[in-house]
Design a protein around this ligand. Structure first.
Ligand code: GLU
Length: 475
């Protein structure tokens, strides 16, 4: 049997770390087994949908490299893939369930217990089951009279508990008495979350449901529906809770870092995927820095743990830094360039590749470049110029700087290696070496004795600017 999984976001806000993790685990697990990954948009809660929500989700998934085999924009043979386009299917499944005796019309007013998003703990009352007991004559009469009604699921009362087997949380039983005859179709004809999900999971042939543990409390209702509809239950795997950096529960829709923010902050998509994969899962050899391919090769549900995991921004930055370190210089230049604040750093230009090469070890994200460009390109040029002149005022330094400038000007190729060699040769000519040679030169070039290799600095500045700074010190 081939694996079929789904990621089922609601377009009610931006994708954040919590739901990206669900997407990532589904995708990695599916790709590791050569299965089919489906994107389903759960957009039936019209009041909560946000404008452009679906488009943003698709863009974020594209950016993360989480491609889907069936879903919006791809199609497939189990569609449509938006719940809003599946109403007719739901209606016929409701009718089928009523006809088979698995559900019944209920003429009582709908209560709080039946709304999506109300957790079991918040439910203060259970439905009494009143309309379940109506005799068929009365029921039919009220239906014929067109009395408004919802449809409730007949929870089987002959079984004392609903047992589920979860790949992560093991076997769990829920007392059937705690589950009231929940509404599957509202008075206005819209189906409820639990019903829609099950109809879709059956219709789309989903074999594995991988999602946050927040949905564990919905699972008993869902398995009862699978059973009542005569379908095989999928394998369930609930992922542990993600806590915010403050140790508090990550609010489902607020306070969490969105994919768009991570993108704007210059995290590479591979680092985001790597980081979220470590939220509840670990590599068999405890490796922490993993490419997409390595993640696919090593992902398995049996290494998903139950303990809560806490977001750690420092660790996220560290993971990102490792990914940046593995990038080729060419790739890094392409990725960093769009993040450079051109208003602050106007003079960064032709030597971008050398600039990035000089600063790359300091970067954890692409935007970090703006925290370090000032080292090579001071924003306060007047102050930097004054400092250069002060350094050059020392007669011994003047001799060194003059020798360096002469060697540099004679260079045919302005490159890191030739620049380094030219400085050493100038040192020999001027009779200085080590700190006596390098410190004043670095102070003239970047205003500090310590810093990157001089060959790298000069390559980053380019010939004109490098010579200009030395000349300024000598003036
Ligand atoms: N639409 C649900 C959510 O965004 C997912 C439902 C599911 O995975 O079963 O939380």
């Amino acid at each position: 049997m081939s694996v079929r999984t789904r990621f089922a976001p609601s377009p009610t806000g931006l994708l954040h770390l919590g739901n990206v993790r669900a997407a990532a685990f589904n995708w990695l697990f599916t790709r590791s087994l050569g299965g089919v990954f489906i994107l389903r948009i759960e957009d039936t809660d019209v009041e909560r949908n946000v404008e452009g929500g679906e488009k943003a989700i698709l863009e974020d998934l594209h950016w993360l490299g989480l491609d889907w085999d069936e879903g919006p924009g791809v199609s497939g043979s189990h569609g449509p893939y938006r719940q809003s386009e599946r109403s007719a299917l739901y209606a016929s499944e409701v009718t089928r369930l009523v006809d088979s005796g698995g559900a019944y019309p209920c003429f009582c007013p709908e209560g709080a217990a039946d709304r999506e998003g109300v957790s079991a703990e918040e439910v203060t009352h259970q439905y009494s089951g009143f309309c379940r007991g109506l005799d068929s004559a009365e029921r039919n009469a009220r239906l014929v009279a067109g009395e408004p009604h919802a449809i409730r699921f007949s929870v089987p009362r002959d079984q004392s508990e609903v047992a589920i087997q979860d790949e992560v949380f093991g076997s769990i039983s829920f007392p059937t008495n705690d589950i009231d005859d929940f509404i599957i179709c509202r008075t206005d004809g819209r189906v409820t979350y639990n019903f829609g999900v099950v109809v879709d999971d059956i219709g789309m042939g989903i074999t594995h449901v991988i999602r946050g543990v927040g949905h564990l409390s919905n699972t008993p209702k869902q398995v009862l529906l699978f059973d009542a509809m005569g379908a095989d239950r999928p394998v369930f795997a609930h992922l542990p809770t993600v806590l915010g950096p403050d140790g508090r529960k990550l609010a489902k829709r607020e306070g969490a870092t969105s994919v768009q923010e991570m993108k704007a902050q210059g995290y590479p998509p591979g680092a985001v995927l790597n980081y979220v994969s470590l939220l509840g899962w670990s590599h068999p050899e405890e490796k922490e820095i993993l490419s997409n391919e390595e993640l696919v090769a090593s992902m398995s549900l049996d290494r998903v743990g139950r303990s809560d995991c806490q977001l750690d921004p420092d660790k996220f930055r560290w993971v990102s830094a490792q990914h940046l370190a593995q990038e080729s210089l060419e790739g890094l230049v392409d990725h960093v360039a769009p993040f450079i604040d051109r208003d602050r750093f106007r003079s960064v230009g032709e030597n971008l590749s050398a600039v990035i090469d000089t600063l790359r070890t300091r970067l954890s994200t692409y935007t970090d470049i703006n925290d370090h460009l000032g080292l090579l390109f001071p924003e306060d040029e007047v102050h930097a110029g004054a400092l250069r002149k002060k350094v050059g005022a020392d007669p011994e330094v003047t001799t060194t700087l003059t020798a360096v400038r002469d060697r540099l000007q004679a260079l045919e190729r302005w490159e890191e290696e030739t620049l380094g060699a030219a400085i050493r040769e100038a040192g020999i000519l001027a009779g200085v070496k080590g700190a006596d040679l390098f410190h004043p030169l670095r102070r003239v070039l970047i205003g500090s004795e310590k810093g990157p290799d001089l060959g790298k600095i000069l390559a980053s500045l380019g010939m004109e600017e490098g010579i200009r700074r030395i000349d300024q010190a000598l003036s």
